[in-house]
Design a protein around this ligand. Structure first.
Ligand code: ADP
Ligand code: MG
Length: 347
């Protein structure tokens, strides 16, 4: 009979990594969310070979103190919450303290960081490097301005079974690009850039004015969408909805241009999807899909984001209220559109 024993931390992390890290794109999401949580204003992403060879995320956020560097790589280590009450009203994108532990267990990871120097002290950066291990990382001096750079190389080099599930460089990059769009659409005030094999794919400046936000949307989703979109800006019953919805003239054959954010976090939610579908029911041809980029704001206490490790799902305390609000707001906006906008599908 086999006896029970505790998994080694490394194996436990590798197993947990299965929940958040399926491919390079998931790593981009986790690392950029960390950069955003660190208050960065500029995030630069470099990708080689679809992200399988290298992912590098560089930010100008508050950085990580030297003594915290090895800890950041261990499981259940986070600076973002300390009590259950914090979790109830969590405003950071991360809080589980799992991403870096998971990622470092299935790749070769280097983390370099510098915090703002104390008065009278010189600027000093520190670096940790791990190879698919559970920490025991040594910290050495490095050069880096205030902020953090994460380099993730050779994804799944030590888990060949997982590596087999990676697709071609091109497919993996397409996933990276898609996650990049979601992230860049989530924070207009932050500058983002993305390069693939040294080539600049996106370079986005911060956008505060409406017109600049529309430019960013056009850069990411194409000018056709924004030219054929209604601007939404509504507030009622403690809920807010802003963004753009495609006119019925801009319907799609697939649900490939649908971005819905709840308090800045991209989510996929059946209740939300249903409300939007209903709102379009009378104006879209059967089988056509609407395009939208929408931002819902709701009291953080009325929505639970800790439903799944990837946090792609949420649970609303009052789902009915959210559903009705979305439906009414969008239905009205679409009904106000002049009928000559409602012509044949284009894509
Ligand atoms: P979580 O984001 O859930 O806290 P992570 O494993 O993603 O867990 O990160 C662990 C910790 O490392 C974070 O709580 C944060 O303190 C620190 N950290 C990670 N990335 C950055 C970054 N880019 N800038 C500053 N701190 C970071
Ligand atoms: Mg995180």
């Amino acid at each position: 009979m086999k006896r029970i024993h505790l998994l080694s931390p490394r194996l436990a992390n590798q197993i947990a990594a299965g929940e958040v890290v399926e491919r390079p794109a998931n790593i981009i999401k986790e690392l950029v969310e960390n950069s955003l949580d660190a208050g960065s204003t500029r995030i630069e992403i470099d990708v080689e070979q679809g992200g399988i060879k290298l992912l590098r995320i560089r930010d100008d956020g508050h950085g990580i103190p030297k003594d915290d560097l090895p800890l950041a790589l261990s499981r259940h280590a986070t600076s973002k919450i300390s009590t259950l009450d914090d979790l109830e009203a969590v405003s950071s994108l991360g809080f589980r303290g799992e991403a870096l532990a998971s990622i470092s267990s299935v790749s070769r990871l280097t983390m370099t960081s510098a915090t703002a120097p104390e008065e009278g002290e010189a600027e000093q950066a520190w670096q940790v490097e791990v190879e698919g291990r559970e920490m025991a990382a040594s910290v050495k001096p490095a050069a880096h301005p205030k902020g953090t750079t994460l380099e993730v190389r050779d994804l799944f080099f030590n888990t060949p079974a997982r590596r087999k599930f990676l697709r071609t460089e091109k497919t993996e990059f397409n996933h990276v690009d898609e996650y990049f769009k979601r992230l860049a659409l989530s924070r207009y005030d932050v500058a983002f850039s993305l390069r693939h094999n040294q080539k600049v794919i996106h370079s986005l400046r911060p956008a505060t004015r409406g017109i600049d936000k529309e430019k960013r949307v056009a850069a990411l989703l194409g000018p056709k969408f924004i030219d054929a979109a209604l601007h939404i800006d509504s507030e009622a019953a403690g809920l807010g909805l802003t963004g753009w919805v495609g006119l019925p003239t801009f319907s799609r054959s697939q649900a490939d241009m649908q971005y819905f954010f709840v308090n800045g976090r991209i989510v996929r939610d059946r209740l939300v999807a249903h409300a939007i579908k209903q709102a379009y029911r009378d104006v879209l041809y059967h089988g056509r899909q609407p395009a939208f980029v929408l931002y819902l704001t709701v009291d953080p206490a009325l929505v639970d984001v800790n439903v799944h490790p990837t946090k792609h799902e949420v649970r609303f305390r009052d789902g009915r209220l959210v559903h009705d609000y979305l439906f009414r707001t969008l239905h009205k906006a679409l009904a106000d559109v002049r009928p000559d906008h409602q012509s044949a599908p284009t894509s």
